[in-house]
Unconditional design. Structure first.
Length: 79
């Protein structure tokens, strides 16, 4: 019975601590933190998109170069 009372008391203390901690959080500071985090994630996404775009352009350039070489080789083979 004492164990159950101790557990109940611990649960109540934990709940009070969480409530006190959440009461100390400034909503404006929390909003600023969330906005900064959102902007960081957006910047990260843009950097990834930019990297993908650059890799795609490099790949297309390499493919175009290979096609040009193949066309030259084909033209020379026909002569």
């Amino acid at each position: 019975m004492q164990e159950k009372a101790d557990k109940t008391e611990k649960v109540k203390r934990d709940a009070e601590l969480r409530e006190a901690a959440s009461a100390e959080v400034d909503p404006d500071a929390m909003q600023l933190h969330l906005e900064a985090r959102r902007l960081d994630l957006e910047e990260q996404r843009l950097q990834q998109d930019r990297g993908r775009g650059e890799r795609f352009m490099e790949m297309m350039s390499a493919q175009m170069s290979m096609m040009a070489k193949m066309m030259e080789a084909l033209a020379q083979a026909k002569q």
